[in-house]
Ligand binder design. Structure first.
Ligand code: SF4
Length: 336
Protein backbone atom coordinates (compact mmCIF):
# COMPACT_ATOMS: atom_id res chain seq x y z
CA UNK A 1 0.00 0.00 0.00
CA UNK A 2 1.46 3.38 -0.94
CA UNK A 3 -0.10 5.35 1.87
CA UNK A 4 -0.76 8.32 -0.37
CA UNK A 5 -3.65 6.91 -2.34
CA UNK A 6 -6.13 6.30 0.43
CA UNK A 7 -7.10 7.39 3.91
CA UNK A 8 -7.30 3.79 5.03
CA UNK A 9 -4.97 3.33 8.01
CA UNK A 10 -1.85 1.27 7.48
CA UNK A 11 -2.60 -0.65 10.66
CA UNK A 12 -6.01 -0.74 12.27
CA UNK A 13 -6.69 -2.65 15.46
CA UNK A 14 -10.40 -2.81 16.28
CA UNK A 15 -11.99 -3.97 19.51
CA UNK A 16 -9.26 -6.49 20.22
CA UNK A 17 -9.95 -8.75 23.20
CA UNK A 18 -7.39 -11.17 24.62
CA UNK A 19 -7.93 -13.51 27.54
CA UNK A 20 -5.53 -15.61 29.55
CA UNK A 21 -6.42 -18.61 31.64
CA UNK A 22 -4.76 -18.28 35.04
CA UNK A 23 -5.03 -20.19 38.30
CA UNK A 24 -7.21 -17.37 39.61
CA UNK A 25 -9.60 -17.51 36.66
CA UNK A 26 -9.85 -15.80 33.28
CA UNK A 27 -7.87 -12.57 32.95
CA UNK A 28 -9.06 -10.25 30.20
CA UNK A 29 -5.66 -8.73 29.42
CA UNK A 30 -6.97 -6.68 26.48
CA UNK A 31 -10.49 -5.35 26.53
CA UNK A 32 -11.76 -3.86 23.26
CA UNK A 33 -8.46 -2.24 22.35
CA UNK A 34 -8.61 -0.11 19.21
CA UNK A 35 -5.88 1.92 17.57
CA UNK A 36 -4.85 3.24 14.19
CA UNK A 37 -1.53 3.92 12.57
CA UNK A 38 -0.99 5.90 9.39
CA UNK A 39 2.05 5.45 7.12
CA UNK A 40 5.05 7.36 8.42
CA UNK A 41 3.37 8.08 11.75
CA UNK A 42 4.75 7.31 15.21
CA UNK A 43 2.14 6.17 17.68
CA UNK A 44 3.08 5.98 21.34
CA UNK A 45 1.42 3.44 23.62
CA UNK A 46 1.94 4.48 27.21
CA UNK A 47 0.98 3.14 30.64
CA UNK A 48 2.48 1.42 33.66
CA UNK A 49 3.68 -2.19 33.60
CA UNK A 50 0.80 -4.61 33.31
CA UNK A 51 -1.50 -2.20 31.45
CA UNK A 52 -1.50 -4.24 28.26
CA UNK A 53 1.05 -2.35 26.13
CA UNK A 54 3.28 -5.30 25.35
CA UNK A 55 0.29 -7.60 25.10
CA UNK A 56 -1.11 -5.34 22.39
CA UNK A 57 2.17 -5.59 20.47
CA UNK A 58 2.38 -9.36 20.84
CA UNK A 59 -1.23 -9.74 19.74
CA UNK A 60 -0.62 -7.65 16.62
CA UNK A 61 2.33 -9.93 15.83
CA UNK A 62 0.23 -12.98 16.76
CA UNK A 63 2.92 -13.97 19.25
CA UNK A 64 0.91 -14.44 22.43
CA UNK A 65 1.44 -17.92 23.88
CA UNK A 66 -1.70 -19.92 23.19
CA UNK A 67 -2.63 -21.59 25.46
CA UNK A 68 -2.90 -19.98 27.98
CA UNK A 69 -3.66 -16.86 25.92
CA UNK A 70 -6.38 -16.46 23.33
CA UNK A 71 -7.52 -13.64 21.07
CA UNK A 72 -11.26 -13.82 21.62
CA UNK A 73 -12.53 -10.94 19.50
CA UNK A 74 -11.50 -8.09 17.26
CA UNK A 75 -9.50 -7.42 14.12
CA UNK A 76 -5.91 -6.48 13.31
CA UNK A 77 -5.88 -5.09 9.78
CA UNK A 78 -2.61 -4.42 8.01
CA UNK A 79 -3.23 -2.53 4.77
CA UNK A 80 -6.81 -3.76 4.96
CA UNK A 81 -6.11 -7.47 5.55
CA UNK A 82 -7.06 -9.04 8.87
CA UNK A 83 -3.95 -10.71 10.28
CA UNK A 84 -6.06 -12.69 12.73
CA UNK A 85 -7.34 -14.75 9.80
CA UNK A 86 -3.90 -15.69 8.52
CA UNK A 87 -2.39 -19.10 9.17
CA UNK A 88 0.94 -19.42 10.95
CA UNK A 89 2.92 -19.81 7.74
CA UNK A 90 1.55 -16.55 6.37
CA UNK A 91 2.24 -14.79 9.69
CA UNK A 92 5.83 -15.99 9.54
CA UNK A 93 6.14 -14.30 6.16
CA UNK A 94 4.72 -11.09 7.59
CA UNK A 95 6.85 -10.95 10.73
CA UNK A 96 10.17 -9.33 9.97
CA UNK A 97 9.04 -8.42 6.47
CA UNK A 98 5.93 -6.25 6.89
CA UNK A 99 5.99 -5.76 10.67
CA UNK A 100 9.14 -5.99 12.77
CA UNK A 101 9.61 -5.78 16.48
CA UNK A 102 12.42 -4.33 18.59
CA UNK A 103 12.50 -5.58 22.16
CA UNK A 104 13.78 -4.07 25.36
CA UNK A 105 16.75 -6.37 25.91
CA UNK A 106 18.54 -7.17 22.67
CA UNK A 107 20.71 -9.84 24.31
CA UNK A 108 17.67 -12.10 24.71
CA UNK A 109 16.55 -11.58 21.11
CA UNK A 110 19.94 -12.00 19.45
CA UNK A 111 21.31 -15.49 19.01
CA UNK A 112 24.63 -15.74 20.89
CA UNK A 113 26.13 -18.36 18.56
CA UNK A 114 25.79 -16.44 15.29
CA UNK A 115 27.62 -13.31 14.21
CA UNK A 116 25.51 -10.17 14.00
CA UNK A 117 26.13 -10.03 10.25
CA UNK A 118 24.69 -13.54 9.88
CA UNK A 119 21.63 -12.62 11.91
CA UNK A 120 20.80 -9.67 9.69
CA UNK A 121 21.55 -11.70 6.56
CA UNK A 122 19.27 -14.52 7.75
CA UNK A 123 16.22 -12.28 7.58
CA UNK A 124 17.20 -11.09 4.09
CA UNK A 125 17.69 -14.64 2.82
CA UNK A 126 14.39 -15.73 4.30
CA UNK A 127 12.17 -12.86 3.24
CA UNK A 128 13.90 -11.37 0.20
CA UNK A 129 15.41 -14.53 -1.25
CA UNK A 130 18.88 -12.99 -1.45
CA UNK A 131 21.92 -15.22 -2.00
CA UNK A 132 24.39 -15.65 0.87
CA UNK A 133 26.76 -13.17 -0.72
CA UNK A 134 24.12 -10.55 -1.45
CA UNK A 135 22.65 -10.91 2.03
CA UNK A 136 26.07 -10.57 3.68
CA UNK A 137 26.78 -7.39 1.69
CA UNK A 138 23.37 -5.92 2.55
CA UNK A 139 23.92 -6.78 6.24
CA UNK A 140 27.05 -4.63 6.25
CA UNK A 141 25.10 -1.80 4.62
CA UNK A 142 22.41 -2.10 7.28
CA UNK A 143 24.99 -1.91 10.08
CA UNK A 144 26.35 1.23 8.47
CA UNK A 145 22.83 2.67 8.15
CA UNK A 146 22.22 2.31 11.89
CA UNK A 147 25.46 4.11 12.71
CA UNK A 148 27.78 1.24 13.58
CA UNK A 149 31.39 2.20 12.90
CA UNK A 150 33.56 -0.24 10.92
CA UNK A 151 30.51 -2.23 9.85
CA UNK A 152 32.54 -4.75 7.84
CA UNK A 153 34.49 -5.82 10.93
CA UNK A 154 31.49 -5.58 13.28
CA UNK A 155 29.45 -7.88 11.06
CA UNK A 156 31.85 -10.69 11.94
CA UNK A 157 31.44 -10.18 15.69
CA UNK A 158 29.13 -11.99 18.10
CA UNK A 159 26.52 -10.21 20.24
CA UNK A 160 28.55 -10.47 23.46
CA UNK A 161 31.39 -8.54 21.83
CA UNK A 162 29.19 -5.46 21.41
CA UNK A 163 28.00 -2.86 23.94
CA UNK A 164 24.31 -2.68 24.90
CA UNK A 165 23.78 0.34 22.65
CA UNK A 166 25.47 -1.39 19.71
CA UNK A 167 23.37 -4.50 20.23
CA UNK A 168 20.21 -2.41 20.14
CA UNK A 169 21.44 -0.85 16.89
CA UNK A 170 21.92 -4.37 15.53
CA UNK A 171 18.34 -5.21 16.55
CA UNK A 172 17.15 -2.11 14.71
CA UNK A 173 19.19 -3.14 11.67
CA UNK A 174 17.51 -6.58 11.73
CA UNK A 175 14.10 -4.97 12.16
CA UNK A 176 14.72 -2.64 9.22
CA UNK A 177 16.50 -5.08 6.94
CA UNK A 178 13.48 -5.97 4.82
CA UNK A 179 11.96 -2.48 4.75
CA UNK A 180 8.92 -3.20 6.95
CA UNK A 181 5.82 -1.02 6.83
CA UNK A 182 5.57 -1.02 10.62
CA UNK A 183 8.12 -1.31 13.41
CA UNK A 184 6.94 -2.01 16.93
CA UNK A 185 9.55 -0.86 19.46
CA UNK A 186 8.76 -2.23 22.91
CA UNK A 187 10.63 -0.16 25.51
CA UNK A 188 13.62 -0.11 23.14
CA UNK A 189 15.87 2.00 25.37
CA UNK A 190 14.90 0.96 28.89
CA UNK A 191 17.97 -1.24 29.34
CA UNK A 192 20.35 1.48 28.08
CA UNK A 193 21.98 4.42 29.79
CA UNK A 194 20.64 7.91 29.19
CA UNK A 195 23.17 9.02 26.58
CA UNK A 196 22.70 5.86 24.54
CA UNK A 197 18.93 6.19 24.90
CA UNK A 198 19.11 9.60 23.25
CA UNK A 199 21.24 8.18 20.43
CA UNK A 200 18.78 5.35 19.78
CA UNK A 201 15.87 7.80 19.66
CA UNK A 202 17.84 10.01 17.26
CA UNK A 203 18.42 6.97 15.11
CA UNK A 204 14.74 5.98 15.09
CA UNK A 205 13.69 9.54 14.24
CA UNK A 206 16.22 9.74 11.46
CA UNK A 207 15.12 6.38 10.01
CA UNK A 208 11.53 7.44 10.15
CA UNK A 209 12.30 10.54 8.15
CA UNK A 210 14.30 8.66 5.58
CA UNK A 211 12.10 5.60 5.15
CA UNK A 212 8.53 6.62 6.10
CA UNK A 213 8.27 3.48 8.18
CA UNK A 214 5.46 3.76 10.72
CA UNK A 215 6.49 3.15 14.33
CA UNK A 216 4.59 2.00 17.39
CA UNK A 217 6.63 3.05 20.41
CA UNK A 218 5.68 1.27 23.60
CA UNK A 219 6.95 3.01 26.68
CA UNK A 220 6.18 4.00 30.26
CA UNK A 221 8.22 7.16 29.70
CA UNK A 222 6.24 10.31 28.96
CA UNK A 223 9.49 12.08 28.02
CA UNK A 224 10.01 9.62 25.16
CA UNK A 225 6.38 10.12 24.14
CA UNK A 226 6.88 13.90 23.98
CA UNK A 227 10.04 13.58 21.90
CA UNK A 228 9.12 10.84 19.52
CA UNK A 229 5.43 10.48 18.80
CA UNK A 230 2.69 12.05 16.69
CA UNK A 231 -0.22 10.33 18.42
CA UNK A 232 -0.61 8.67 21.80
CA UNK A 233 -2.73 5.83 23.13
CA UNK A 234 -2.88 5.61 26.92
CA UNK A 235 -3.67 2.17 28.34
CA UNK A 236 -4.82 1.13 31.77
CA UNK A 237 -5.76 -2.39 32.90
CA UNK A 238 -5.97 -3.69 29.35
CA UNK A 239 -8.14 -0.84 28.08
CA UNK A 240 -7.52 2.27 26.06
CA UNK A 241 -8.43 5.13 28.40
CA UNK A 242 -7.36 8.05 26.22
CA UNK A 243 -6.02 8.66 22.74
CA UNK A 244 -5.24 11.66 20.63
CA UNK A 245 -2.54 13.84 19.04
CA UNK A 246 0.54 14.12 21.25
CA UNK A 247 0.05 17.85 21.86
CA UNK A 248 -3.51 17.34 23.08
CA UNK A 249 -2.51 14.46 25.35
CA UNK A 250 0.40 16.36 26.90
CA UNK A 251 -1.16 19.83 27.08
CA UNK A 252 -4.75 18.96 27.88
CA UNK A 253 -5.00 15.38 29.15
CA UNK A 254 -8.57 14.49 30.01
CA UNK A 255 -8.30 11.17 31.82
CA UNK A 256 -7.18 11.30 35.47
CA UNK A 257 -4.73 8.45 34.79
CA UNK A 258 -3.07 10.34 31.92
CA UNK A 259 -2.91 13.42 34.13
CA UNK A 260 -1.14 11.36 36.80
CA UNK A 261 1.39 10.01 34.30
CA UNK A 262 2.19 13.50 33.03
CA UNK A 263 2.42 15.09 36.45
CA UNK A 264 5.22 12.70 37.38
CA UNK A 265 7.52 14.19 34.72
CA UNK A 266 8.35 17.65 36.08
CA UNK A 267 9.37 19.24 32.79
CA UNK A 268 6.12 18.10 31.14
CA UNK A 269 3.85 19.34 33.87
CA UNK A 270 2.09 22.43 32.46
CA UNK A 271 1.54 23.69 35.99
CA UNK A 272 4.62 22.59 37.93
CA UNK A 273 3.74 24.52 41.07
CA UNK A 274 0.39 22.75 41.44
CA UNK A 275 0.27 20.00 44.01
CA UNK A 276 0.36 16.78 42.08
CA UNK A 277 1.60 13.38 43.13
CA UNK A 278 4.56 11.84 41.29
CA UNK A 279 3.89 8.60 39.41
CA UNK A 280 4.98 6.33 42.23
CA UNK A 281 2.46 8.11 44.38
CA UNK A 282 -0.56 7.44 42.19
CA UNK A 283 -2.13 5.52 45.03
CA UNK A 284 -2.39 1.76 44.64
CA UNK A 285 -1.27 -0.48 41.81
CA UNK A 286 -2.66 -1.76 38.52
CA UNK A 287 -5.45 -4.14 39.56
CA UNK A 288 -5.39 -7.92 39.05
CA UNK A 289 -7.09 -8.47 35.73
CA UNK A 290 -8.93 -11.51 37.01
CA UNK A 291 -10.73 -9.38 39.54
CA UNK A 292 -11.89 -6.33 37.64
CA UNK A 293 -15.31 -5.15 38.67
CA UNK A 294 -17.94 -3.83 36.32
CA UNK A 295 -17.00 -0.22 36.83
CA UNK A 296 -14.02 1.93 35.80
CA UNK A 297 -10.82 -0.06 36.37
CA UNK A 298 -9.04 3.10 37.59
CA UNK A 299 -11.64 3.87 40.25
CA UNK A 300 -9.72 2.41 43.24
CA UNK A 301 -6.85 4.82 42.50
CA UNK A 302 -8.77 7.82 41.21
CA UNK A 303 -9.19 10.86 43.41
CA UNK A 304 -12.20 11.98 41.38
CA UNK A 305 -14.09 8.67 41.58
CA UNK A 306 -17.79 8.97 42.37
CA UNK A 307 -20.64 6.53 42.67
CA UNK A 308 -21.23 5.82 39.01
CA UNK A 309 -17.53 4.92 38.50
CA UNK A 310 -17.91 1.72 40.53
CA UNK A 311 -21.08 0.66 38.79
CA UNK A 312 -20.45 1.10 35.08
CA UNK A 313 -17.35 1.22 32.87
CA UNK A 314 -17.12 4.55 31.03
CA UNK A 315 -17.23 4.53 27.22
CA UNK A 316 -14.72 6.40 25.17
CA UNK A 317 -16.16 9.74 24.10
CA UNK A 318 -14.81 12.47 21.85
CA UNK A 319 -13.47 15.44 23.77
CA UNK A 320 -12.24 17.13 20.63
CA UNK A 321 -11.76 16.24 17.01
CA UNK A 322 -9.38 13.32 17.09
CA UNK A 323 -9.10 13.18 20.89
CA UNK A 324 -11.06 10.64 22.94
CA UNK A 325 -11.09 9.54 26.54
CA UNK A 326 -13.08 7.15 28.72
CA UNK A 327 -14.08 8.83 31.96
CA UNK A 328 -17.49 9.57 33.43
CA UNK A 329 -16.42 13.11 34.29
CA UNK A 330 -16.43 13.92 30.59
CA UNK A 331 -19.99 12.72 30.19
CA UNK A 332 -21.17 14.37 33.38
CA UNK A 333 -20.00 17.66 31.94
CA UNK A 334 -17.31 18.29 34.55
CA UNK A 335 -13.61 18.19 33.91
CA UNK A 336 -10.97 16.61 36.11
FE1 SF4 B 1 -11.91 8.40 37.82
FE2 SF4 B 1 -14.49 7.83 37.51
FE3 SF4 B 1 -13.11 8.90 35.50
FE4 SF4 B 1 -12.69 6.37 36.23
S1 SF4 B 1 -14.58 7.21 35.38
S2 SF4 B 1 -11.15 7.88 35.77
S3 SF4 B 1 -12.92 6.53 38.44
S4 SF4 B 1 -13.58 9.85 37.48
Amino acid sequence: MSGHQTDRPLLQVSNLCVEFRTRDGIARVLDEVSLELQPGQTLGIVGESGCGKSMTALSIMRLIPSPPGQITAGEVRLAGEDLLRFDEQRMRDIRGKDISMIFQEPMTSLNPVFTVGDQIAESLRLHEGLSDKEAAARAVKMLKAVGIPEPQARAREYPHQLSGGMRQRVMIAIALACGPKVIIADEPTTALDVTVQAQIFDLLRDLKERTSTAIILITHDMGAIAEMTDRVTVMYAGRVVEEGPVEAILDAPKHPYTQGLIACVPQLDPNPTAERPPLEEIPGVVPALTRLGKGCAFAPRCKYAFERCDQEAPRRVSVDADHRAACWLLEEGTSA
